[in-house]
Design a protein around this ligand. Structure first.
Ligand code: ADE
Length: 261
């Protein structure tokens, strides 16, 4: 088992999550999890990631984790016993409550709300499916939640698990240097973020909007709100249906729709 970080639950009063990943390719995780904020979060002990190779729980001499489907058909099926044994071993070592997630295209489609729900857990065990499918008894008896990261088929659940870990981890207190940076962001409020700029103010004639250089905070705030609405209306109008708008917000949106601003 490859492991990083510290114990699950609370560390010095700080919320910590432990992720156990079950995969036949645990090495796939080494590089993406060891850069930038995910690396720092493991060093700080905010997240703890343990990688488990399912093959270690395969009994036969070839360490088989797949087999042909009963009833015939093409492709191979992920075997039940190695996954069940791996889960038992992880649970025996760590007695706290855990949630078992299966990454699969058949699952509920991942979003910010699900990320927030998972961020409340102490221990998350993720099974990365492979092959044409998994033995249905894994789903029936061992899994609490099935999650897909979108309506397309990946070669396995590993990349999907990385997406989930990234989105969940950044919600933990202390993960982001500036806790405010996740408050105003898209999807936590069902609205896209306003455009951002940094220096230089003019590059080859491509200019930063004057209002952002004005120093007038009320005007800047109104501009940002208007641009957030404009973006959401243009790019993700579906999100607007979920928004609770004040009378003032409705007026702004109405003007955008009519092309008045
Ligand atoms: N495994 C293969 N495709 C997947 C997807 N879209 N989401 C989660 N796990 C997967």
């Amino acid at each position: 088992m490859l492991s990083t970080g510290q114990a699950a639950g609370l560390s010095n009063g700080v919320k910590v999550i432990s992720f156990d990943i079950l995969s036949i390719f645990p090495e796939m995780f080494s590089s993406p999890l060891h850069f930038s904020l995910l690396k720092k979060a493991q060093e700080k002990g905010i997240i703890n990631i343990s990688l488990h190779d399912i093959r270690n729980w395969a009994d036969d001499k070839h360490k088989m984790t797949d087999d042909a489907p009963y009833g015939g058909g093409c492709g191979m099926v992920m075997k039940l016993e190695p996954v069940e044994k791996a889960l038992s071993a992880i649970r025996k070592k760590n007695r706290e409550d855990s949630t078992v997630i299966l990454m699969t295209p058949q699952g509920e489609v991942f979003n910010q709300k699900i990320a927030a729900e998972i961020s409340e857990k102490k221990r998350v065990i993720i099974i990365c499916g492979r092959y044409e499918g998994i033995d249905e008894r894994i789903r029936e008896h061992l899994v609490d939640r099935e999650i897909s990261i979108g309506d397309y088929i990946l070669t396995g659940g590993e990349l999907a698990a990385m997406v989930l870990i990234d989105a969940v981890s950044r919600l933990l207190p202390g993960f982001l240097g500036n806790p405010e940076s996740k408050i105003g962001e898209s999807f936590s409020r069902n609205i896209l973020e306003y455009p951002q700029y940094t220096r230089p103010a003019n590059y080859k004639g491509w200019k930063v909007p004057d209002v952002l250089l004005s120093g007038n905070h009320a005007k800047i705030e109104l501009w940002r709100k208007t641009e957030s609405f404009r973006r959401t209306y243009k790019k993700r109008p579906d999100l607007l249906k979920k928004l609770k708008l004040s009378a003032e917000d409705k007026k702004i949106l109405d003007k955008i729709k009519k092309g008045q601003i």
